[in-house]
Design a protein around this ligand. Sequence first.
Ligand code: GDP
Ligand code: MN
Length: 382
Amino acid sequence: MNLHEYQARQLLSRFGLPYPDGSIASTPDEAASIAAQIGGPVVVKAQVLTGGRGKAGGVRLAGNTGQAKDIARQILALNIKGFPVNRVLVVEATDILHEFYLGIIIDRVSRRPVLMASAAGGVDIEEVNRQTPEQIISLPIDPLLGLQEFQSRQIGFRLGLSPAQVRQFTGIAASLYQAFMGLDASLCEINPLIVDGSGNLRPLDAKLSIDDNSLFRQTELAALRDLESEDPLERLAREQELSYVKLDGEVGCIVNGAGLAMATMDLVKLYGAEPANFLDIGGGARAETVATALRLVITDPKVKAVLINIFGGITRCDEVARGIIAALEQVDVDVPIVVRLVGTNEQEGRRILRQAGLTAVTSVTEAARAVIGTLNLAAESK
Ligand code: GDP
Ligand code: MN
């Protein structure tokens, strides 16, 4: 779950991170009154669940209250990468001498939180990682020992900070690590962390992703979820308790089991197409679940074919086949469907599917080839 900047900075402030004053507004008038309260120049910032707001004109400096109102009106009318701006954050403007990057993520390879820091901050850190990875310092953190002060100090000096700034840096890094652990975050990022006009280190931006699996115990955070601002398909999937991740390809994938879903996506790619999604419908594959999954997958206009890959195991394939047909009666699908079905009673299962006019096969490679064949046919008939 991703949080908005204004939510993230509130949470991070509790752990001692010194953010500039600011408040949230949903109208230009509200923005003006916050600016008046702050007094002096402010920065008006679009609150959307995507990065790169600055480049998209979603972060702007306003010299006075009147300007703050105008700019808030303009930003509230923006649509940034498909996300409408419903709220703006109005914060006290800060003089910036230098921008750093500081973040913590979970690294799956070392199976630890990793602290990352860079003197090339402010900009897109993924880009820095691609172009000049040597500019990023990464430090795996032993979860039993936590982040040690000497480690932060070393990083501070490597970033080129003065001794006084290094002291501030160790405090900020310690707070960030405590927040990361305390909030069950999967990502916690300050970009930029700046040196202000008086030489002090201060966080300006905040990005926080919470591990969905921890929301049962992070009840306060669960309540912060902004349903309106999330991807509508992913929201529908979550409501139906399906694991769904939207991607950019043209082959919709409906699979039981996460590992098999990954393998299916790899095969689709291997045979020259791109998966439109990751979708694990869990064990069983009841008609209701398949129907929901189908609805979800074909709502994506990019989907040109659907690949259903069910490894029945103990599950009876004839029941699964009837489930798929029942689902097709509930949902109008106008793209080709290929089903790979194996397990108990598989012959009967495939017979039922073929009788209903579907392509039903045994091997995954055969399924991938068949689905890509339908794409090629469609391309030729154009
Ligand atoms: P992002 O583009 O979504 O990451 O939004 P940020 O909050 O990081 O803002 C983008 C950029 O705007 C920052 O890297 C700064 O260069 C600039 N910026 C943000 N807040 C201030 C501020 O208070 N004063 C000044 N001068 N620039 C700011
Ligand atoms: Mn930023």
